[in-house]
Design a protein around this ligand. Structure first.
Ligand SMILES: Nc1ncnc2c1ncn2[C@@H]1O[C@H](COP(=O)(O)OP(=O)(O)OP(=O)(O)O)[C@@H](O)[C@H]1O
Length: 650
């Protein structure tokens, strides 16, 4: 089929069940015609072949999956079997549903299932059949499993005491682990004891650890039995408790997947029934599949279901959840391949740099506008993390990209918190408060009072809490204190020089402020005086100066309410699937773990893919903030296409 024929086939199919509604048909025509040939090919691909749609970042795969689903549904005849379209989050499910409804014109999608993979595995397999294979005790006719989080701690959940795992307290903290923290891992064929995403050990590792071995040797010496407490014995004792936990109807997330897998293995009839019910299964974001999830899907494939895997293995960043792109790639080796290699999200320089980072050889093209030319891919160096946000804001201002279409991305929660603390500490509390006051919305005024009061208490000394607007201890009435702050802000806002922010440098503004503030303060203080336990002499207050590093820069103006929080700071994992006009990816200071830029230029490892996911969120501007570089490191980073940003006063 040539392009025209492909378009026509899809348009005809999508329109065939509807009454001729002009606006609907015109929408379908537009949507189909804007698709690339690769996108159309996938929509028309066979549902009797197993297919891997390798879709690069920003290639519009969600829309394509939506259109493919609508196309198949429009031709679907059977009432008791349907398509299953599986995603990883409720948000992704909603997006696909919305697209399918738009393209198919249908509101009820039965007999098809569009939902999360875990909902599918839990609902159709583990919860429906698991109890039959795991001696579930059946609480008053209820044979479902109650999902217990691995992170649930014993201190607030004493009932877990019953499921204390023997011998697990021979660790530095001397604390027991519980059955909710234990699961079987088919990758390594061993039990895992889970403490946190970054701290989980296999039972064998734990058993072989120095502390446990020492304990065992002591025990053996004392008991005179050189074989006691062997690995198999301890494993069995631990498994007994886990069995009780399952029999009582409790399971963690991994248990549920394992139960589903065992159900299908033990009873191929169930796999067959499910494959008949869902003969075609599409999995979006297939790079996030864990091995056990692939095994479950494979059971359905073995019983006749066709699988379509859609995703990008270069964006596989869930090693901690057992997603391994090597395993997925191997599994997909005999699937038919389709490709989406046009990245509509990012401009070509961002795409080139991102490709280079991972050594991607597919001919991926950046199709978004090139708005910034050679400033599209930049880096800035920092020696003090607290200056990074301001430097980035200055850059955004220069390239004319709005704050609210931009984001700061970091690998670790700890770095996010550090940056948030810094950014919440406004360097110019009075100036920012005044901007917010003039902005004149309930939210901005509350924030203005908060910021201004924080500064004022420095002039008055000894504040109470933030909740009380930092009301100084000597002042009796928090209410009056608030009125006083309000009056002060009102007083400032009638002076023209203090409310002109555009194209004004910080030094100039502070100079003007110093001319007026003592008068305004004295005026406003009249109504507070009788509530104040101390005598004040404002004439002795020192003048304000622009904080270090900001003097020569122009005032950052708040032009929308969203700027109140200035920039959103996110972890890389939390922005999967999202995009921003500009992105600042902040490297950690030390080269440890996957949060440092040098790890982002490593190929074939997860840290490189983390750098890739972060960088491909950007449309027009990608900036990396890296700790001060040596000459050879500059050469290295620049070899990937990054240009250095320098600032007048940095
Ligand atoms: N053929 C097309 N023509 C123009 N724009 C397109 C086309 N296909 C997709 N787009 C647009 O490209 C953008 C990127 O799409 P989307 O966010 O769905 O990508 P994605 O493949 O899910 O990306 P990622 O995997 O990186 O999260 C969207 O704004 C989408 O509307």
């Amino acid at each position: 089929m040539n392009r025209k024929e492909m378009e026509q086939e899809i348009i005809n199919t999508l329109s065939k069940n509807k009454q001729a509604n002009y606006s609907y048909i015109s929408l379908i025509q537009t949507k189909v015609k804007e698709k690339t040939e690769q996108q159309l090919k996938y929509v028309l691909s066979s549902i009797t072949e197993n297919i891997y749609l390798e879709a690069c970042a920003g290639s519009g795969k969600t829309e394509v999956v939506g259109m493919k689903t609508a196309y198949e549904i429009s031709m679907w005849n059977s009432k008791n079997k349907g398509l299953a379209v599986l995603t990883f989050t409720n948000e992704a499910t909603d997006t696909i549903k919305e697209r399918v409804e738009k393209f198919s014109g249908l509101t009820s999608l039965y007999p098809h299932y569009i939902g999360t993979l875990s909902g599918f595995i839990h609902g159709f397999i583990a919860q429906s059949f698991g109890s039959k294979y795991f001696k579930h005790k059946n609480r008053d006719g209820d044979t479902s499993y109650r999902l217990i989080d691995k992170n649930l701690d014993i201190f607030n959940n004493h009932w877990l005491k019953k499921y204390e795992l023997p011998y697990t307290n021979i660790n530095p903290s001397k604390q027991y682990s519980y059955a909710n923290q234990l699961y079987y891992d088919y990758n390594i064929n061993d039990l895992i004891i889970y403490h946190s995403e970054n701290h989980k050990v296999s039972l064998k590792e734990y058993y072989d650890s120095a502390g446990v071995q020492e304990f065992i040797q002591n025990y053996r010496e004392k008991s005179g039995n050189s074989h006691s407490l062997g690995f198999d014995y301890i494993k069995n004792e631990i498994k007994k408790v886990k069995r009780n936990f399952l029999e009582d109807g409790f399971a963690n997330f991994e248990d549920i997947n394992n139960i589903a897998y065992i159900v299908l293995k033990k009873n191929p009839n169930i796999a067959l029934l499910l494959a008949l019910r869902f003969p075609v299964i599409l999995i979006d974001e297939c790079q996030d599949l864990s091995r056990i999830e692939i095994n479950i899907l494979d059971q359905l494939k073995a019983n006749g279901a066709t699988l379509h895997f859609i995703g990008d293995l270069n964006q596989s960043i869930y090693e901690f959840k057992n997603a391994n792109p090597e395993i997925t790639k191997e599994y997909l080796s005999n699937f038919q391949k389709c490709y989406l290699t046009d990245n509509f999200r990012s401009c070509h320089s961002i795409v080139n740099t991102s490709n280079q980072l991972l050594g991607i050889t597919l001919p991926i093209r950046g199709r978004a506008d090139d708005k910034l030319g050679d400033r599209s891919v930049c880096y800035l160096e920092y020696s003090d993390l607290s200056t990074v946000s301001q430097q980035y804001l200055d850059f955004l201002k220069e390239v004319n990209i709005s704050f609210d279409r931009s984001a700061i991305l970091v690998r670790q929660q700890s770095l996010k918190q550090e940056l948030e603390t810094n950014s919440q500490e406004s360097k110019h509390p009075i100036l920012d408060a005044l901007q917010l006051w003039i902005y004149n919305t309930p939210k901005s005024r509350l924030l203005a009072l908060e910021l201004a009061s924080k500064h004022m208490q420095r002039w008055f000394g000894g504040a109470k809490t933030k909740k009380n607007y930092h009301c100084p201890s000597a002042i009796d009435s928090v209410y009056r204190w608030r009125i006083f702050i309000k009056d002060f802000l009102e007083g400032c806002s009638v002076i023209d020089d203090l409310v002109k922010f555009e194209n004004v440098r910080y030094t100039a503004w502070y100079k003007n402020f110093n001319k007026h503030f003592i008068n305004i303060l004295e005026e406003s203080y009249h109504s507070l005086k009788s509530y104040d336990g101390e005598k004040r002499d404002f004439s002795k207050l020192t003048k304000l100066i622009a904080p270090r590093g900001t003097a020569k820069s122009e005032i950052v103006t708040y032009n929308t309410i969203d700027n109140l929080n200035l920039l959103s700071i996110n972890t890389i994992h939390s922005v999967k699937g999202k995009d921003f006009d500009s992105v600042l990816v902040v490297s950690s200071l030390r080269n440890k773990g996957s949060g440092h830029w040098k790890q982002w230029v490593e190929k074939e490892v997860e840290s490189g893919r983390i750098g890739y996911v972060a960088s491909t969120r950007a449309k027009y501007s990608l900036v990396w903030a890296v700790p001060k570089l040596k000459r050879e490191d500059r050469v290295k980073i620049e070899s990937y296409g990054f240009k250095r940003i320098t600032f007048a006063d940095s």
